[in-house]
Design a protein around this ligand. Structure first.
Ligand code: AGP
Length: 604
């Protein structure tokens, strides 16, 4: 889950590539590199361990060119180092490759190449691609790359340059995203539109098994077996400015603050007051089919899996269809029974998460109906599914997902309402949920206004070595998500448990040094949640409650506005995003680029 970017045109390429890498750094940031085709011929490459700024510092004054490719890395094979950074060149320095993905049969290919006398300069899987291209006797660069790809097993988004073919860049996709940017007498390629949107909004998204040749004034696409394909550029929905930090210190703070507008946007044009329901244009599921659904299975990873858990309770609650959510990677490998009456829903912010994409492909192979709840328009999961709901959260750059989590849960509320009103949900209940949805943006604003107080609380709890998060039923996924946020950016160990499970073991962990965050909504389980807080207090545990009213048993309470029981989880998660944010700030963490993580996980 690296970021690749490339350019061919008239402009000086290095500054364009560095700007593109900075915009892709959320995809991986342990090392970076760039290669350009020099004006006097040949390839010039610079690589550096660390951030793009370290690479920039190493770029020599004389590094001009109008064609180049670059890469920012999230290491899978070979620790972060100058040698393992991309691009990887062959011994003669004629071929350069940048790669996002994993070559599964790299060890076997490497052994063969080394037996043939090839000397490797790095520990990476990617370098085998370079040597395979360099050793091909084919007449064109396209042919050389195609020959290499014939023996490669695994996932890739690659860009290739060759000193003998300075007028082109050849790219290919299998499992990792590759987007072409179509400009006026210039072409771009990148893993994500973020790297090219400030230059063009005309893009072509390659499919798996597709390649392209980019020249300054032309591009053409074809399959890895050489058959021409048609590619009509599409206009990207998001503005370049939406990728800027907009005056905030971090993308995370910007994206948390954008939630009232983001929720407003996901509701816009979808509410149907006449029938107290919602209209979801892209679902591709008619009422008869919707009535035939016997079960709903939601699949996602990380935060998207947590959003799926709340989605399942919304669908079961409002549409009375048995529903659950499962980590996509687990689902794939447990050889599940795929049931024709089950509706499968794939959830993903990036729309590129490999485990989710592979689960969708497996389900499709078995004839299942799969919908997508996705943020990135035109992403692989969006294109692979039979229909779905775009969550319209806008670009989410920070590795840690916040606004997209909220918009995904709201999208599930819309889907549950839609299915419910096709089945047995009453007009009154439909109205109740719609009014609740409409109150969300303002209520989120109210919670964001408490930021200063939440920052003070974060400073008070930031010394904890470990934290427990508890909730019941609708509150439990909120606890799971909040503990994930804290883990991701503060590096404080955090566990989430159904409050009812405490006495079955985790209670042993409770002591003054292990604070507990308790999700305590005003619902039918209020007294049960209070009893759990009693148990913790009895063992001198510190408690920070998120509730609709002050909690006597808690050391501190963050009070959030009440909405409908079904929609309360959306609001109760927001203050805990701020808690994680300010805890990480207090600990001096790199909030937008937490260690060891990356925004979209395009490898298994
Ligand atoms: C969330 O903060 C993390 N970045 C991570 O858990 C993420 O939710 C997961 O990798 C799934 O990503 P997706 O939604 O893009 O598929």
């Amino acid at each position: 889950m690296c970021g690749i970017v490339g350019y061919i045109g008239k402009r000086d390429v290095a500054p364009l590539l560095l700007e593109g890498l900075q915009r892709l750094e959320y995809r991986g940031y342990d090392s970076a590199g760039v290669v350009v085709a020099g004006k006097s011929g040949g390839l010039k490459a610079v690589k550096a361990k660390g951030r793009v700024r370290e690479l920039e510092a190493r770029i020599p004054k004389r590094f001009a060119g109008t064609t180049g490719i670059a890469h920012t890395r999230w290491a899978t094979h070979g620790a972060p180092s100058d040698e393992n950074a991309h691009p990887h060149l062959d011994t003669e320095g004629k071929v350069a490759v940048v790669h996002n993905g994993i070559v599964d049969n790299a060890a076997e290919l490497r052994a063969k190449l080394e037996a043939d006398g090839v000397v490797f300069a790095s520990e990476t899987d990617t370098e085998v691609i370079t040597h395979l291209v360099a050793r091909s006797q084919a007449g064109s660069l396209e042919e050389k790359v195609r020959e290499a790809l014939k023996v490669i097993e695994g996932t890739y988004g690659i860009a290739v340059m060759h000193a003998d073919f300075p007028d082109r860049i050849v790219v290919a996709r299998n499992g990792s995203p590759v987007v072409l940017g179509i400009g006026e007498k210039e072409m771009f390629v990148a893993s994500d539109v973020a790297a090219l949107i400030s230059h063009t909004r005309q893009v072509v998204t390659l499919d798996d098994g597709e390649m392209a040749t980019l020249k300054a004034d032309d591009f053409r696409t074809y399959t890895t077996s050489g058959t021409r394909t048609t590619a009509t550029p599409e206009t990207v929905e998001w503005e370049a400015a939406s990728y800027d930090m907009g005056g905030h210190d971090t993308y995370m703070h910007k994206e948390i603050s954008e939630q009232p507008d983001a929720v407003d946007r996901v509701l816009r044009g979808r509410i149907d007051d006449k029938f107290s329901t919602v209209h979801l244009g892209g679902l591709n599921l008619d009422a008869r089919e919707a009535r035939g659904i016997r079960r709903v299975k939601i699949l996602g990873c990380g935060t998207s899996y947590h959003a799926g858990l709340i989605g399942a309770s919304l669908i079961e609650g409002l549409a009375r269809i048995p529903a659950d959510s499962e980590p996509a990677s687990e689902f794939r490998y447990r050889n599940p029974v795929v049931d024709p009456d089950t509706l499968y829903i794939a959830v993903s912010q990036s729309g590129e998460t490999y485990d989710v994409l592979a689960a969708v492909q497996e389900l499709k192979r078995k004839g299942a109906r799969v919908l997508g709840v996705v943020n990135v328009v035109g992403s692989a999961i969006a294109r692979e599914t039979d229909g779905g709901v775009y969550v319209h959260a806008g670009p989410e750059v920070c590795v840690v997902s916040t606004k997209c989590f909220t918009n995904t849960v709201v999208s599930f509320a819309l889907l549950a309402l839609h299915l419910g009103r096709i089945r047995d949900l009453s007009v009154a209940d439909g109205k109740r949920i719609i009014e609740g949805l409409r109150r969300l943006p303002e209520q989120i604003q109210e919670i964001l206004a408490q930021e200063e107080d939440i920052a003070k609380l974060a400073a008070e709890y930031a010394d904890a070595k470990s934290m427990m998060f508890i909730g019941r039923v609708r509150g439990y996924p909120v606890a799971l998500e909040a503990s994930l946020k804290l883990k991701e950016i503060s590096y404080i160990h955090a566990e989430a448990y159904p409050a009812s499970e405490l006495k079955h073991g985790p209670l042993a962990l409770i002591e003054p040094a292990m604070p507990t965050v308790a999700i305590v909504p005003d619902d039918s389980l209020l007294e049960k949640n209070r009893a759990a807080m009693e148990e913790i207090k009895a063992r001198s545990g510190r408690i920070l409650a998120v509730a609709h009213q002050e909690q006597a048993k808690a050391d501190h309470t963050i009070v959030v506005p009440k909405n409908e029981d079904e929609l309360d989880p959306i609001l109760m998660g927001i203050p805990l995003q701020l808690l994680a944010y300010h805890t990480a700030l207090a600990l001096g963490r790199d909030i937008d680029k937490p260690r060891n993580l990356a925004k979209s996980v395009t490898v298994e």
